[in-house]
Structure formats: structure tokens, C-alpha cells
Design a protein around this ligand. Structure first.
Ligand SMILES: [Fe+2]
Length: 293
């Protein structure tokens, strides 16, 4: 196995000698590495679907079929050593909400009452034109504080963000502090996400309050996202090759994707996805009591 670091403190690319080599390391090893590096790519992993499901258990608790109903992600059931498991297939032709278009900076599952911000894993199994099939970028929000201006740092405790369901806008509205705490590492990060702007009202963040006063717009989130995306140390952009697997700590990042520029009628790129909870039920209850109530 060969590990190459993307940045000094986060991001790694792993080349396994064989796909099966992954399973010769313990779940403790992979879990520790995933919290240290936060974003890991495995190259040339031609797993079976069952192996990909089993891989997910090394990082936490993979979602059940029922949990995917929350995020409107379709599932496929796979027979594995651990019983029947759900994985979520998707491609640019059947993902109507985003399709081939540019995808804004966002983080997934930020609004769920129960175990929000799961780990996300993506396995690309078909990618006909890598240079034209969209590049995904990650922005590390845990490392952003060192780059914020004194004025921005002073603002943090005064700001709350209002969120809604991206799946069903206008429902599930909630308000959160701008600062969030990682359920495992305790690391702080900013609750930046896809925000409403102009006539488009379907994003996660709908409004910003400063000192409890509604701003009626998301200018602060827009300004901070634009500022942070210009800092190279916070950004990694990935061009996908077939059989890359990414696993990333969705709590620590926002991510975006450039547009897919191939003809969608002539080609599709295909992924499988797995969401993985950081905590078991008891650990979640304790985390909630400590930080969220
Ligand atoms: Fe996403």
C-alpha cells in the first residue's frame, strides 16, 4: 500500500496492492486515518458491490435503506458478509436535481435531527471521459479559522444561520450557531452551506441572523464562501478516474462540482454512494446532550 498526502494536514491518496489488501487493516486503523486525513481517495479499486458495502463498515455505521429515504437517495440492496446492506447508485442521467450542471458549494445532510453530517463515500464505476465529466472540489472548513480576518472572527459568536430542507424547500426550518462541533474529534468548523441567492430559494441556508436580527438574505455566507474559496491551502480539486473511491468527513468540508460537459445522451458517469454514521445510538444521545441541547 502506498499513501501520498495531498496537503500536509489533510487529504490522502492510497494505492492498494490489490483491492483485498484494504481488508487486511483493522477498522481501528481506517477509522483513525479517516479522522486524521478527513478526505481519502483509493485508486483502481475494482471491488464487487458486496466488497464496497463491507468497506463502509471499517469507517462507522453505514446507513440502512430506511435512512436513505430521508435524503431521497435511491438504494440497491446487496448481499454481504454482514447481511443485506444498502448502497445508493446514481448517475448524471437520473439525478434530476443536479444533472450535468455546476454544483454549488455545499455539505450534505446538515439538517437531520438524528446524526447529521454522516461520512460520505463515492465509488465511480463508469467514467467515459474523465476530463469532461466534472471535477469535485473540497474546502476544509476546520482549517479556515487561521485565514479569517479579525472582523470575521469577531462576528462568529454573533451569527446564526437559518436552514431548511433542500429536498423539500420551505419545510424543516431550523436555526443554528455559525460554529459547529465535530461529534468525534471536537474540532470546530463553520456551518457554511449552499445558500439562497436572488430568486432561487431552494438551498439549505435561507437567512442569516446577526445579534438575533434577521438579515433577510445570505450575503454573509456568500461573502465568506467567496473569500475562503480563494485560499489554495483550503481547497483540493479531484478529477475522477474509473474505480476511484472517495471517503470524506462531510462534517469538516463543503464540496462543489464543475459542470459535466459531455453529451448526456451519449454517455453517463456512474457512482455508488454510501453514507456512514459517525456514532452509534448511545453515543449520539450523549453528543446531543453535551453540544446540542
Ligand atoms: Fe454533495
Amino acid at each position: 500500500m502506498n499513501i501520498t498526502n495531498i496537503k500536509d494536514t489533510w487529504g490522502s491518496i492510497i494505492e492498494l496492492d490489490t483491492p483485498e489488501e484494504f481488508f487486511t487493516y483493522s477498522p481501528d486503523y481506517w477509522r483513525k486515518l479517516s479522522y486524521e486525513r478527513k478526505l481519502i481517495f483509493f485508486k483502481k479499486v475494482n471491488f464487487t458491490k458486496a466488497q464496497y458495502s463491507e468497506f463502509s463498515f471499517y469507517f462507522g455505521q453505514p446507513w440502512t435503506s430506511d435512512e436513505y429515504k430521508y435524503s431521497h437517495e435511491v438504494t440497491e440492496e446487496v448481499d454481504t458478509k454482514n447481511g443485506v446492506q444498502a448502497i445508493s447508485p446514481f448517475n448524471n442521467a437520473n439525478t434530476k436535481m443536479v444533472s450535468n450542471a455546476y454544483m454549488n458549494w455545499h455539505s450534505d445532510i446538515p439538517n437531520r435531527d438524528f446524526k447529521p453530517y454522516p461520512f460520505r463515500s463515492l465509488w465511480i464505476t463508469d467514467n467515459p471521459t474523465p476530463e469532461r465529466s466534472g471535477k469535485t472540489s473540497w474546502m476544509n472548513l476546520e482549517e479556515s479559522f487561521q485565514y479569517l480576518t479579525p472582523e470575521m472572527l469577531e462576528m462568529i459568536p454573533r451569527v446564526t444561520v437559518c436552514q431548511q430542507s433542500w429536498y423539500d424547500p420551505g419545510t424543516d426550518t431550523k436555526e443554528f450557531p455559525l460554529l459547529k462541533i465535530h461529534p468525534i474529534t471536537g474540532a470546530k468548523s463553520l456551518r457554511i452551506n449552499h445558500y439562497n441567492w436572488g430568486p432561487k430559494k431552494g438551498a439549505w441556508i435561507t437567512d442569516v441572523k446577526i445579534d438575533g436580527v434577521s438579515q433577510g438574505h445570505c450575503f454573509l455566507i456568500r461573502q465568506w464562501t467567496d473569500y475562503l474559496q480563494k485560499i489554495p491551502d483550503l481547497i483540493y480539486q479531484h478529477q475522477w478516474n474509473t474505480n476511484d473511491i472517495a471517503i470524506y468527513d462531510n462534517h469538516s468540508f463543503i464540496h462543489s462540482r464543475t459542470a459535466l460537459t459531455f453529451d448526456p445522451k451519449a454517455a453517463t458517469r456512474h457512482f455508488f454512494r454510501i453514507n456512514i454514521n459517525h456514532l452509534d445510538d448511545q453515543e449520539w444521545v450523549e453528543h446531543k446532550k453535551k453540544y446540542l441541547e
